[in-house]
Design a protein around this ligand. Structure first.
Ligand code: DAT
Length: 174
């Protein structure tokens, strides 16, 4: 059965602004903010805590099982710092947020990230790891790269995604 609402992934290096964008989008569109972090924690889709990187070791099969019903219904704004695990058939749009390294440094320092983790994330942003992952995993027409340095950029990103959603609904109306 076709989805009556699209599923959107908002991805990028930690600190780019995924959660802030997803919350604003959910408020404006009525779509659901699906925080993978929260699902992994609440539904225990993990194999324990990685001390070195300070994150859950995600059990991807369990996570996909936990999300399948919701993805089928549609209307998910998926908030996660990876995107290659979701089947392409579930997804309609992949938004990769980008940020300058100085801005990212300030945001991650404010989170009190340990130096090694901070540096690793900044390197990953400079090397555009998430953008490449998105391009490798999804049709190029589904992937959009948006800058997220300022609140003006965030507002225009959210406007743009809302416009995309309006068009998607027109295209997919019965
Ligand atoms: P993420 O979910 O990608 O880890 P976040 O939404 O928690 O990132 O944002 C990290 C911090 O940066 C938070 O204090 C909000 C701020 N921020 C994010 N995007 C921004 C933007 N485009 N302009 C100004 N501040 C932003």
């Amino acid at each position: 059965m076709a989805r009556t609402q699209p599923n959107i992934i908002v991805t990028g290096t930690p600190g780019v602004g995924k959660t802030t964008h997803c919350e604003m989008l959910a408020e404006r569109t009525g779509l659901r903010h699906v925080s993978i972090n929260q699902i992994v924690k609440d539904k225990e889709c993990h194999e324990g805590w990685d001390e070195e990187f300070g994150c859950w070791i995600v059990d991807e099969d369990k996570l996909l099982d936990a999300m399948e019903d919701e993805a089928k219904v549609g209307g998910c704004i998926i908030d996660w710092h990876a995107c290659d695990l979701f089947p392409e058939s579930w997804i309609d749009l992949v938004v990769v947020l980008r940020v300058d390294s100085t801005t990212l440094y300030d945001r991650l320092s404010a989170r009190k990230y340990p130096e090694a983790k901070l540096q690793e994330n900044i390197d990953s942003e400079i090397m555009q790891v998430l953008l490449q992952e998105a391009r490798d995993s999804y049709d190029e027409q589904m992937v959009v790269e948006l800058q997220s340095n300022t609140s003006d950029e965030m507002d225009s990103n959210v406007d743009r995604i809302e416009q995309w959603l309006t068009q998607w609904k027109k295209d997919n109306a019965e």
